[in-house]
Ligand binder design. Structure first.
Ligand code: BG6
Length: 484
């Protein structure tokens, strides 16, 4: 099957950091269908040779095992081309159309990795140039808009040009192997299903912590913030994966229907819950892995009086029969104590204690997404050390390290998602109604913050965020997993 992948934003940060390395990995693994062409689109007047050289140079910062040898790169580079375009000019699309028509590939992927403000222009211009053929698929990167109205406007324009089955809205967290494994754990095994409900689960904690700051994206981040960047999409998608009902089959719409129901069941915000159950923070100067780092307000492109949040912790509930009353905590932030993404499922304690032991870290299932992908089951067991007492139990951990089990060279998120687009599989992409529902739910938080002059609470870089985040969860009688 031949394909042309046109990458709008072909010289952008995402192309260098994620997309090109992912395409190369697929090429190396032999999963990228043969007869493909990757066409980078950008404003600069680069020749194909110069474009390839820039990509080659960028690969030097990729981890060693994923770097191509000279010979491998040359073979990969043969797929790469570059087209200079001004995305507002119809004649440039006509030129692109000509180049695509020459080859007449079976599948054409238009990957729009540009600023979201250009999404509608690109789609309208593609249609005007006759480039919305049935063989075409369009991929839209997040963020799709900055609120419900702008999200709807983009989706409406895109849907006028492409059918829903041609639209691939990316949330790369859905492509992470750990999320696939979560689906496998929940819907491929019957073991946990009877326990997966309010009667047995005390609370669920979703943490996506990063050590990185805003890097070179200060100007973008200033108008985005952690709520729009991480909560509206990645964190809520994880919440859907953990909280959804079993879908009737594994088809895209069956899965999306169930995720949508979770989003629709999220407890609506009240004035009280907005002030007590949502904490926003912003990092100040501190230390990450022994190295001093500056505060957010000192980052390039950031307003020195900025109120943009780099941290969010919140508490919500899924109001349905399975989950009523179970708190779901979401926490994400930049410049935190570690790069650590995980979902912690805390089961209820035994109804009656016969052992003289604290549950502590036991009675818990941890789904690790990053830095390692795996499962941990924490149980209480009789420790070997205590010879005096047979009733002192100690927490032990059953580990399933997927890297060890299946090898560390497994398919990465972007690699998986790019291959799915080329093959036309929509399961791991987000439908417009899911996106709208997620925006509808975060909007009251955005409005609340707009009217709250206090701004985000400062936290020292390299910590777990403002202390108010621990106080929030402590009100329910719980604590974050690392505090137990
Ligand atoms: C992106 C956000 O969607 O996800 C970034 O825009 C964030 O700010 C990134 O750093 C995190 O992704 P990952 O896969 O590194 O956890």
């Amino acid at each position: 099957m031949s394909f042309d992948l046109v990458l709008f934003g072909g010289t952008g940060d995402l192309a260098w950091r994620k997309l090109m390395p992912a395409l190369f990995q697929a090429f190396r693994h032999g999963t990228l269908p043969e007869g493909g062409r990757i066409i980078g689109v950008g404003r600069d007047g680069l020749t194909a040779e110069q474009y390839r050289a820039q990509i080659r140079a960028r690969f030097d910062s990729v981890e060693l095992a994923k770097r191509p040898s000279a010979e491998e790169f040359n073979r990969f580079a043969a797929l790469l081309e570059f087209v200079r375009m001004d995305l507002s000019k119809p004649e440039d699309y006509a030129h692109l159309a000509q180049s695509l028509a020459e080859r007449h590939a079976d599948t054409v992927v238009m990957y729009v990795a540009t600023a979201p403000s250009l999404f509608t222009t690109v789609c309208e211009q593609l249609a005007a140039a006759g480039l919305n053929t049935p063989q075409t698929r369009v991929v839209l990167e997040k963020p799709l808009g900055h609120d419900l109205a702008s999200n709807r406007a983009i989706n409406e324009t895109v849907r006028r040009v492409f059918g829903e089955k041609q639209i691939f809205r990316i949330d790369h967290y859905l492509g992470k192997p750990a999320v696939q494994n979560l689906f496998a754990l929940r819907f491929g095994n019957a073991l946990f299903e009877p326990l997966w409900r309010r009667e047995h689960i005390a609370n669920i904690q979703i943490t996506i912590a990063e050590e990185l700051g805003v890097e070179k994206r200060g100007a973008f981040y200033e108008t985005t913030g952690a709520l729009r960047d991480m909560v509206q999409n990645h964190a809520l998608q994880l919440l859907c994966a953990i909280g959804m009902e079993p879908p009737i089959n594994s088809h895209a719409d069956a899965i999306r229907d169930e995720k949508l129901k979770v989003l629709r069941s999220l407890k609506p915000w009240t004035a009280e819950s907005l002030s007590q159950d949502v904490i926003r923070g912003q990092y100040s100067a501190g230390t990450i892995a022994g190295t001093p780092v500056s505060g957010y307000r000192d980052e390039t492109g950031v307003n020195p009086h900025s109120h943009t949040e780099t941290f969010v912790a919140l508490r919500t509930e899924i109001s349905n029969w399975r989950w009523a009353g179970v708190p779901f905590y979401i926490r994400t932030g930049k410049r935190l104590a570690g790069r650590d993404a995980r979902i912690v499922v805390n089961f209820r304690p035994t109804p009656h204690a016969i052992f003289n032991s604290q549950m502590g870290m036991a009675n818990r299932l941890v789904i690790n997404l990053q830095p390692k992908d795996g499962l941990e089951l924490h149980l209480l067991a009789q420790g070997q050390d205590d010879r005096r007492s047979s009733s002192a139990l100690a927490p032990v951990q059953l580990d399933l390290d997927f890297d060890k089990r299946f090898g560390s060279g497994r398919v990465g998120a972007y690699e998986r998602l790019l291959l799915d687009v080329i093959d036309g599989r929509l399961n791991l992409f987000v439908r417009s109604d899911e996106q709208e529902e997620a925006w509808r739910w975060v909007e009251p938080i955005m409005d609340h913050w707009k009217n709250d002059a206090q701004g985000p609470r400062p936290y020292v870089a390299g910590t777990w965020g403002p202390s108010a985040s621990s106080a929030m969860i402590a009100r329910d009688g719980f604590c974050w997993a690392e505090e137990s």
